[in-house]
Ligand binder design. Structure first.
Ligand SMILES: Cc1cc2nc3c(=O)[nH]c(=O)nc-3n(C[C@H](O)[C@H](O)[C@H](O)COP(=O)(O)O)c2cc1C
Length: 163
């Protein structure tokens, strides 16, 4: 198993989620690489939210090299009930090899509207095998007892059926 954790984070919550996932893999003797994705051009949050609402993908500063990593875990915020332009830009840039498994994750306030289902659809359209789609709220992330069981379950699901 060669996991890759890709994250988009403006305020640090999804980065913290990504780092905790990396530690969980490490605790099981698995090295997970981590890559931050960001937009080529940084805009203010209002403009970024409007782009989210209209489903406009951002051009990424650098397209991540997925190599032969599997599974891919993607962590990103939800803005105004929508997937972020950076998430959309990442999915747009994806070139899927058959059998690549993707776990879609968000740290957000918990008001996800249809964003999780939409993320699953977009990833499937790119040929990914979506092994999960889940979110943790920012307040649960910061609460001592809630994050460990969340990441444990995600990593358990990544390992189930993985080589
Ligand atoms: C402008 C703005 C709009 C947001 N809209 C939503 C939303 O609709 N639903 C939700 O669950 N969280 C929403 N959030 C919360 C973010 O998804 C949450 O704070 C997330 O953890 C930020 O990720 P980051 O710290 O990695 O950048 C919003 C945050 C901002 C700043």
């Amino acid at each position: 198993m060669k996991p890759l954790i890709v994250y988009h984070s403006r305020q640090g919550h999804n980065k913290a989620l990504a780092m905790t996932l990396q530690e969980e893999f490490e605790g099981r003797g698995i090295r997970a690489e981590m890559i931050r994705i960001e937009a080529n051009v940084q805009t203010g949050i209002v403009r970024a939210c409007i782009r989210s609402i209209f489903g406009r993908p951002a051009k990424l500063a650098a397209e991540p090299d997925l190599g032969d990593h599997n599974p891919i875990l993607i962590c990103s915020p939800i803005w105004a009930g929508h997937l972020t332009p950076v998430f959309l830009g990442f999915v747009k840039s994806l070139e899927m090899v058959p059998g690549r498994r993707v776990f879609n994750l968000h740290c957000c306030y918990g008001d996800t509207a249809g964003a999780l289902a939409r993320a699953g659809e977009l990833l499937q359209q790119k040929g990914a095998e979506v092994i999960g789609s889940a979110y943790i709220t920012t307040s649960d992330l910061l609460e001592r007892g809630k994050l460990p069981p969340f990441v444990k379950e995600v990593v358990d699901r990544c390992m189930a059926g993985g080589e």
